[in-house]
Design a protein around this ligand. Structure first.
Ligand code: MTE
Ligand code: MO
Length: 349
């Protein structure tokens, strides 16, 4: 992705942490919010250098030397966690607000377009194993409260959250590794929560404390933010994006269109392409690489028939049979945008 000098300077000035991620597009100047240009999301495993970053305010990562994870009164050093059985997951991390900037009418918040999403290999230990080792899991503890080390400015409420214990015990991981590398500060070093299939707000970074409780956490980031249709937002919605398509193509000549698709359901069943405004659809080929809640890369060989303006739509259907809708459901916080994605191609004779 060629960056012009002005764009490059914008990074250097606005986002010191993003300086190691020269491809990302910083979204504003105060917290670090940087999305990946869609045309660069072509790998099965998104490289760390391209992976979007979303932090509510200036990060305040723990001191790695003195860091410990507290589970109420029990503490674990990273070395202690590393003696436990390893757990690994390859899955999508998507911000709940990815696509907010595409909602109409516009909604306030970071104006993410397509790139607040990536697919990575996360490695660490199961939440379940850590809680068991910290004294067991009481049946009445239905919620796991999560605390990171970041501190909000002034009177801004803290990013305190909890997750349903059922999900935490099912498949959540406390990860210190991303794509085989130690987690970077931007992505939550030394330890973050991985919540396969659920939106990014659950994926607490810079974890310092876990606390199993009877009740869910309260406060702004539980009771006001991250709610959808009156309930806490959990799973991400089925979605596909086109990453690769020509701007111009010749009638009768085959072109390869590529993209990715994912869902809160464990897998994607199919991706289809339409060049006639959704009247007819043809199946794209799904890349075999997959894991539960990972994305699927897909490709489609398209031969434009007639010269003129063409518009290609992609639509995914997940393993529960839920299809991506033509229009996203507008909501006041602009969450979970998943309308059919399209690209325009000029077809010449
Ligand atoms: N402690 C802490 N954890 C956090 C956040 C934060 O601001 N503070 N942001 C959350 C949100 S909204 C998202 S989308 C993901 C983004 O993870 P990434 O920056 O590694 O891509 O982290 C989540 N975890
Ligand atoms: Mo997010």
């Amino acid at each position: 992705m060629p960056l012009d000098r002005r764009e490059f300077l914008r990074f250097a000035v606005a986002a010191p942490l993003a300086a190691t991620q020269p491809h990302l597009l910083q979204m504003n100047g105060y917290p670090q919010n940087a999305e990946t240009p869609l045309e660069l999301l072509t790998d099965y495993i998104t490289p760390i250098s391209l992976f979007f970053v979303r932090s509510h305010w200036i990060p305040h990562p723990p001191d790695l030397k003195s860091w410990k994870l507290a589970v109420d009164d029990t503490t674990f050093t990273l070395a202690e966690l590393k003696t436990m059985p390893r757990a690994e997951a390859t899955c999508v991390l998507q911000c709940a607000g990815n696509g907010r900037g595409l909602h109409n009418p516009i909604v306030p918040g970071v104006q993410w377009r397509y790139g607040a999403v990536g697919n990575a290999r996360w490695r660490g230990v199961r939440v379940k194993d850590v809680l068991e080792r910290a004294g067991g899991i009481k049946p009445e503890a239905k919620h796991l409260h999560l605390f990171g080390s970041d501190v909000p400015p002034g009177k801004v409420p803290p990013f305190h959250r909890s997750i349903e214990m059922e999900k935490a015990l099912d498949d959540c991981i406390l990860a210190w590794e991303m794509n085989g590398e130690p987690l970077t500060a931007a992505h939550g070093a030394p330890l973050r929560l991985v919540v396969p299939g659920w939106a990014g707000d659950h994926w607490m970074k810079w974890l310092v404390r876990l606390s199993p409780r009877v009740e869910a956490q309260t406060g702004f980031y539980m009771d006001t933010a991250y709610r959808y249709e009156g309930k806490p937002l959990t799973e991400i919605a089925v979605k596909s994006n086109i990453t690769t398509a020509p701007r111009r193509a010749r009638a009768g000549k085959a072109q390869t269109i590529r993209g990715f698709a994912f869902s809160g359901a464990p897998d994607v069943e199919k991706v289809e392409i339409s060049d006639d405004d959704g009247a007819t659809w043809s199946a794209a080929a799904l890349d075999p690489r997959h894991a539960p809640h990972a994305w699927r890369l897909w490709s489609y060989s398209w031969t434009p028939r007639t010269p003129g303006a063409a518009r290609l739509f992609a639509r995914a259907t997940d393993s529960r049979g839920v299809a991506q809708p033509r229009e996203a459901v507008w909501n006041p916080s602009g969450y979970i945008y998943n309308a059919w994605h399209s690209v325009d191609v000029e077809v010449t004779a």
